[in-house]
Design a protein around this ligand. Structure first.
Ligand SMILES: Cc1cc2nc3c(=O)[nH]c(=O)nc-3n(C[C@H](O)[C@H](O)[C@H](O)COP(=O)(O)O)c2cc1C
Length: 358
């Protein structure tokens, strides 16, 4: 069984669905002594399996494969229709291009079907680690993966979610603090996101759960990473810093905005997908905030045409520019160069048997 403590560097490259995560990025991180991740969000099981095969052709190191749990709290149909109307009015008034489809209510059923096939594929291909986000995997699913030799991680945003994940058999916990870029992993999309920092969340979960904890959110260099290790994390998970790594598949518009953000800061917003997510502020986040609803994945589909058109026309004002609070540390560099910043991290002393924590 894979063990986080066997990594030469206690650094996990975050799974980043929608393009940034590539087999080349995960392979470079694994070869550099960290744990690379692949993201299956928005991929079919066959496409995800092809990414895993591509990773395995690049590295014999460990890999984590990340899966979106289907929403436990589906979007209300009226919220989705209201959001669609607001979006359409705004786009018409402002001359914004991009197709806005009808409200796609069947996407929840499709997500559940894809989820089952994805788990069957992962049971068969057995990567070292499978991590879940957006929800709590069922006990039987966790046990089936573990029986195939897979370590199961669950991304949590509160101590309560961490305790539920442990109750369902999770081997490790990814503690995602408020600083994190991209989507909040909260189990219930409709709740107000917890505003606990990554450091406080790591400390609380390490004390309460007796499982290895990976701290995710806001790491912008070795000092913030070391604080998470000192708070009880076994490793740190970096997303934003890897977005501008050359091996990442980040869209050019997004990459350029991170490297040259001007006066943009980050905001936590549901406007692009219906789930709270941290992004660089732009015209879209400002204009649509008042209409935002808890509406994943329907809102994700509704805004897809506008975002695709923005990527084609290289317009950062209408694209989801996911970024954590540490985005100012992004640089145009290789994954190996990102990892080299963390060469001197000190792991915490192992705890004596019977002590809580990692
Ligand atoms: C562009 C982007 C895409 C992301 N996609 C995923 C994903 O598919 N699955 C997941 O578990 N986390 C995803 N995350 C969240 C990361 O796993 C992690 O929590 C976050 O990046 C850590 O914060 P940082 O960005 O400040 O390093 C994503 C983050 C970003 C920036």
């Amino acid at each position: 069984m894979f063990d986080l403590s066997s990594l030469r560097l206690p650094v996990v490259q975050a799974p980043m669905a929608g393009g940034p995560s590539t087999p080349q990025l995960a392979g470079a991180v694994a070869e550099g002594g960290g744990l690379g991740s692949l993201a299956t969000g928005y991929l079919s099981p066959a496409a995800a399996e092809a990414q895993l095969a591509a990773f395995r052709s690049l590295s014999t190191g460990p890999v984590a494969v990340n899966v979106f749990v289907p929403e436990q709290r589906p979007t209300s149909s009226s919220d989705a229709h209201d959001y669609r109307s607001s979006l359409e009015s705004w786009c018409r008034a402002e001359g914004i291009v991009g197709d806005i489809p009808a409200v796609p209510l069947s996407v929840d059923d499709e997500a559940r079907a894809d989820y089952s096939s994805m788990l069957a594929m992962l049971e068969r291909t057995a990567p070292q680690v499978v991590t879940f986000t957006f929800g709590l995997p069922g006990r039987e699913d966790v046990a089936r993966l573990q029986a195939a030799g897979v370590q199961v991680g669950v991304t949590v945003t509160t101590v309560e979610e961490a305790l539920q994940a442990v109750d369902h058999g999770a081997d490790l916990l990814i503690a995602q603090g408020i600083e994190a870029g991209g989507h909040r992993s909260q189990f219930d999309q409709s709740t107000v996101p917890s505003d606990i920092t990554t450091e406080d969340l790591v400390r609380s979960i390490a004390g309460a759960c007796g499982r290895p904890v990976v701290g995710a959110g806001g790491v912008d260099g070795p000092a913030s990473a070391q604080r998470l290790l000192d708070a009880g994390a076994s490793a740190v998970q970096l997303g934003t810093l890897f977005l501008t790594a050359r091996e990442a598949g980040t869209k050019t518009t997004h990459r350029t905005a991170l490297l040259d953000p001007g006066d943009r800061g980050t905001v936590l917003t549901r406007v692009f997908t219906g789930r709270p997510a941290r992004a660089l502020s732009n015209r879209f986040t400002t204009a649509m905030e008042g209409a935002a609803v808890a509406g994943y994945p329907q809102v994700h589909v509704l805004t897809g045409g506008i975002r695709a058109a923005a990527a084609v026309s290289d317009d950062p004002e209408l694209l989801h520019l996911w970024a954590g609070t540490g985005f100012a540390a992004c640089a145009d560099e290789t994954a190996a160069s990102v990892l080299s910043r963390f060469d001197a991290l000190r792991r915490p002393e192992p705890r004596a048997p019977g002590q809580s924590g990692v």
